[in-house]
Design a protein around this ligand. Structure first.
Ligand code: FAD
Length: 480
């Protein structure tokens, strides 16, 4: 029986999408940079249906592309246009909150649950699910786990890897691994869940997860600071770390260009400080204790920073509305940048102490290629994760000679600087299809060989999200 007909029998007609207009939102990425056809998309409702879909794909030797909210920024979740068109397995119908245990501080969810829904359900039980990012209204838990998503809460709570205790996964042979352990301790051999976290759909489809919950903060204090330089921001970070320890929950850096674009492109946003021509820091403290004590700590550290001349100007949010407005500016950066032009975003992490060096050296290296190029800079400075974004207006981009080659040289220049500082070219977005060449350039051959061995063990036919994460064995640096 043809594959699509078999899917229809298994799932019903409405869960099998084949028409171009129905597939449109699934075959193009969020930024509109990648578009290629899929054989079809299937919308399973249960783990058993996912397993049956995979067995059919294997029987028809057809590639499988797991998809969550399709917010990948590295071309991980849309078809590549290489080889056979894949079957997109979209988990949008798998949105059950399976259980919540407030004593064990865990929640078991379907992988198709939207991140914002998970946060809300946790909050309604007086708990925090701390992973938070700009795409949280559409990205899914399965996609977060697939990419080991970071975001703005990493400084205090770690990334997705640190907030997942167990997984349920449909493997490339169609069998189901029930690893839904809700345990903080389990030393029984290799911890398999960590192989799937960050595997970007190349080792299996995550269908369920046990998430770790935290106490819901009862006090939050958010401030917006204008500083002269990334060096000054680093010193301010040091002051907060010394006084606040784990109560420091976010420390975000943006340059003036980033703020200008948000104000220009996203209606309703305003800069909390008068001086836009500065480096901007959003700092958040949170605690389960007394709100007044937390506000006093914020005030004390800010006074210290102002007195020592590290901070030019600063505003502390005095209401929930102001706090939200500050975070809205931060969470609007991707939308603003997408509307304004073409940015060649780096997803760099370096040791926190070398963030200013990275910014200086990488900007100089890029400007040696395109003199005078403006940069958007935004990032989770507290984690050493900086998105350095050489930026072109649409007109400049269209007029750029040897565009693909120039873009590649620019990316390389930034990644070479990161590498020289023992940093990484992908801190939180993943490798997807855009960075497989960097894997050849920067990963030690021993590490790449181990990764290939893992892929071979899990997916010997190579049907799961081919072309993502691992470059083909025959690829070389030149072709990458
Ligand atoms: P998708 O984009 O659908 O998929 C991403 C990858 O995971 C693909 O390789 C896919 O095959 C795989 N995958 C999806 N679901 C599954 C599954 N169930 N099982 C196995 N593999 C699966 N990322 C950050 O880390 N930090 C940020 O601060 C951040 N901010 C962002 C802001 C905006 C506005 C946008 C658009 C994106 C941002 N991202 C950020 C990137 C993106 O949101 C994350 O990578 C997110 O985790 C992707 O989730 P998703 O459900 O959209 O996954």
């Amino acid at each position: 029986m043809p594959l699509i007909e078999a899917f229809r029998q298994l799932l019903g007609d409405t869960a099998v999408l084949t028409r171009e207009e129905d597939l449109a939102g699934l075959t193009e990425d969020w930024r509109g940079r990648f578009h290629a056809p899929a054989l079809c998309a299937v919308l399973p409702s249960t783990t058993e249906q996912v397993a049956a879909i995979i067995r059919l794909c294997v029987a028809h030797d057809t590639p499988v592309l797991p998809q969550g909210g399709n917010t990948s920024l590295c071309g991980g979740a849309t078809p590549s246009g290489q080889g056979k068109p894949p079957v997109i397995v979209a988990l949008t119908r798998m949105r059950r909150i399976r259980s919540l245990d407030p004593v064990n501080n865990t929640m078991v969810v379907d992988a198709g649950c939207v991140l914002a829904t998970v946060q809300e359900v946790a909050a309604s039980a007086g708990r925090l699910y701390p992973v938070s990012l700009g795409a949280e209204g559409s990205c899914q838990i399965g996609g977060n786990i697939g990419t080991n998503a970071g975001g703005t809460g990493v400084l205090r709570y770690g990334n997705t890897r640190d907030n997942v205790l167990g997984l349920e996964v449909v493997l490339p042979d169609g069998s189901v691994w029930d690893g839904l352990y809700a345990l903080r301790k389990n030393n029984t051999g290799y911890d398999l869940k960590h192989l799937f976290i960050g595997s970007e759909g190349t080792l299996g489809i995550i269908t369920g997860a046990v998430l770790k919950l935290h106490p819901l903060p009862t006090a939050e204090s958010v401030a917006w600071l204008a500083v002269d330089s990334p060096q000054a921001a680093l010193k301010v970070l040091g002051l907060f770390q010394a006084s606040c320890s784990s109560r420091l929950s976010a420390f975000e850096l943006m340059n003036a260009k980033q703020i200008e674009l948000v104000l220009e492109q996203v209606p309703g946003r305003r800069c909390p400080v008068a001086e836009i021509d500065a480096w901007h820091v959003l700092v958040e403290l949170s605690d389960t204790g007394d709100a007044a004590a937390l506000a006093a700590t914020m005030q004390t550290v800010l006074e210290q920073a102002l007195e020592t001349g590290l901070v030019r100007d600063g505003v502390v949010a005095t209401s929930e509305a102001q706090r939200k407005a500050m975070w809205l500016v931060r969470h609007s950066v991707s939308e603003a940048n997408k509307k304004a032009g073409v940015g060649l975003t780096s997803d760099t992490a370096v040791p926190v102490s070398t963030v200013p060096d990275f910014i200086d050296q990488a900007m100089a290296a890029v400007r040696a290629i395109v003199p005078g190029l403006p940069f958007i800079i935004v990032g989770h400075m507290g984690d050493g994760n900086i998105h350095l974004i050489p930026f072109f207006s649409f007109a400049e981009w269209d007029a750029l000679p040897n565009r693909d080659e120039t873009a590649q040289r620019i990316r390389r220049a930034m990644n070479d600087v990161a590498s020289s500082l023992r940093g990484t070219f992908s801190a939180e977005h993943g490798v997807g299809r855009t960075l497989t060449g960097e894997m050849i350039r920067y990963k030690p051959p021993v590490e790449l060989a181990l990764m290939r061995a893992v892929k071979q063990a899990f997916d010997p036919s190579g049907l799961f999200n081919p072309g993502r994460v691992l470059p083909p064995s025959s690829a070389t640096e030149v072709t990458a």
